[in-house]
Design a protein around this ligand. Structure first.
Ligand code: C5P
Length: 238
């Protein structure tokens, strides 16, 4: 299922590769975050992309435009299919990221990775936003940053389940929306883990998510392939 991205939040490259093999043909791609990347480096990303898998390299770059452009250039060399940056790095930084992905891909003769924006981390609430000087409501901040990302030439944004429908309405059909926090229905309701705001796979799809990121409901299941297949079937029916 093209829309289903599995977060490989595991402790080793060996385990990540075994999971990717077990989920071959069911997962639409795999998300590698800073833990696994810091441990295993770009060679793990390469192993996956060389095998034909789509990799969302979730490293959330946030630095001066030149440094982010260079990081994006390195990311393109790994064969990543999707990468992300923090929208709060500003329009110039995001434009530099978009340009670096386009130029590097053209130079290497490979497809350009999608570059998406992190708007407001879901671990923040309105109080902690105020602590860092943001006084407008969460939804306004998220929407403003997503708009900025779009106008800087980025392809989309990460959105919590609460924001997906709103962003889809505000940003239009061409904007890529990646939604984590998937629980319930076929994703299982046994535990929310630390996800406070969740949606079922079908709800996220109906709200307008382009891609769903699912971690523990699949990688923590006794049979990860069966768990992913159940989610894929729910998505196909939605
Ligand atoms: O295990 P679970 O399904 O909660 O995993 C969701 C994945 O999406 C994790 O890798 C988590 O870090 C990531 N994520 C998230 N919320 C965000 C952005 C990323 O849960 N806003």
């Amino acid at each position: 299922m093209d829309q289903l991205l599995i977060a490989l939040d595991v402790e080793s490259g060996t385990r990540a590769l075994a999971l990717a093999r077990a989920l071959d043909g069911v997962a639409g791609g795999f998300k590698i975050g800073s833990r696994l990347f810091t441990l295993e480096g770009p060679s793990l990303v390469r192993r996956l992309t060389d095998s034909g898998a789509r990799v969302f390299l979730d490293l959330k770059f946030h630095d001066i435009p030149n440094t982010v452009a260079q990081a994006v250039e390195s990311a393109v060399h790994t064969g990543a299919w999707m990468i992300n940056v923090h929208a709060s790095g500003g329009a110039a930084m995001m434009a530099a990221a978009a340009r670096a992905s386009r130029d590097t891909a053209a130079r290497l003769g490979v497809p350009r990775p999608l570059v998406i924006a992190v708007t407001v981390l879901t671990s923040l609430d309105e109080r902690t936003l105020r602590d860092v000087g943001v006084t407008r409501p969460m939804v306004d901040q998220v929407t403003a940053l997503a708009r900025l990302a779009k106008s800087a030439g980025l392809d989309g944004a990460v959105a919590s389940p609460q924001e997906t429908a709103h962003l889809r309405r505000e940003l239009g059909p061409g904007f890529t929306i990646v939604t984590p926090g998937i629980r319930g229905a076929s994703a299982g309701s046994a535990g929310q883990d630390d996800q406070a705001r969740t949606q079922s796979p079908a709800e996220a799809r109906r709200a307008g998510a382009s891609y769903l990121v699912v971690g523990r409901p699949v990688i923590g299941a006794p049979d990860p392939r069966a768990a992913a297949e159940a989610i894929a079937q729910e998505l196909a029916r939605a």
